[in-house]
Every structure is written in structure tokens, then in C-alpha cells.
Design a binder for this molecule. Structure first.
Ligand code: SF4
Length: 74
């Protein structure tokens, strides 16, 4: 799958040329200087390392009753 076929946000925050700065709203672009994070231009190049994977599901631990049932079987 090519990069341009991916369903990605084409914004400066995800661009290879941007670097985060102390401000949550702006990023520093190597080509255009300080720009808003939601901005974009034709030079956009997707940086997969800036992908937000979302929430990772937690590990489900068995309760004590299930542990006792398993230990009785062995
Ligand atoms: S202004 Fe263009 S080149 Fe700079 S970070 Fe945004 S999309 Fe990338």
C-alpha cells in the first residue's frame, strides 16, 4: 500500500518536516517556520513515527474464582 493511499490526517503535526515546540497548538516546520498544527501544504510528507496509535486495550486478569477453578482441574 502506498503512503498516499493511507487514510491519514494530512496536517503539519503528522508531517516529516515538523517538530513540536513548547506550544500545543503550533509546530516548527523546516520549510515554513512556525505554523499551526492543523495547517498543511503541498510539501506534506507523512511521518509514520508521529502516528497516534490510540488507546491500547488493557490486559484482562482472571478473578480469584476462575483461578481456583483452574487450580482444581490440575
Ligand atoms: S507546512 Fe508543509 S512542509 Fe511544513 S510541516 Fe506543514 S505540511 Fe509539512
Amino acid at each position: 500500500m502506498k503512503r498516499k493511499d493511507l487514510d491519514i490526517d494530512r496536517i503539519c503535526e503528522k508531517c516529516e518536516f515538523s517538530v513540536g515546540i513548547c506550544d500545543d497548538f503550533y509546530v516548527l516546520c523546516k520549510k515554513k517556520g512556525v505554523v499551526p498544527g492543523g495547517h498543511y501544504c503541498r510539501k506534506f510528507v507523512y511521518d509514520p513515527l508521529k502516528r497516534d496509535p490510540g488507546k491500547i486495550p488493557g490486559v484482562m486478569l482472571p478473578d480469584m474464582e476462575t483461578i481456583d477453578e483452574i487450580s482444581d482441574l490440575t
